[in-house]
Write a protein that binds this ligand. Sequence first.
Ligand SMILES: [Zn+2]
Length: 76
Amino acid sequence: MSTPPNRALRCPTCRTLVTAGEGNFPFCSDRCRLIDLGKWASGAYRISSPILDPDVLEGLENTPRRQEDDDDRGDR
Ligand SMILES: [Zn+2]
């Protein structure tokens, strides 16, 4: 049994090697697929700044007053 699979990826959930062609590829099982979806849904993989447009980023840098606002609200 030394026939390497054409394609294989590691299951994003449990790192098991999964070959293309499996029903749940790239997940090793339906369970792992659901776990991964659950992580996304619950915000475990929250993406904080998906903005890649340089023009937008420049505009944000020119208006840095948000942080000062946060500082003023320091009373507890
Ligand atoms: Zn898995």
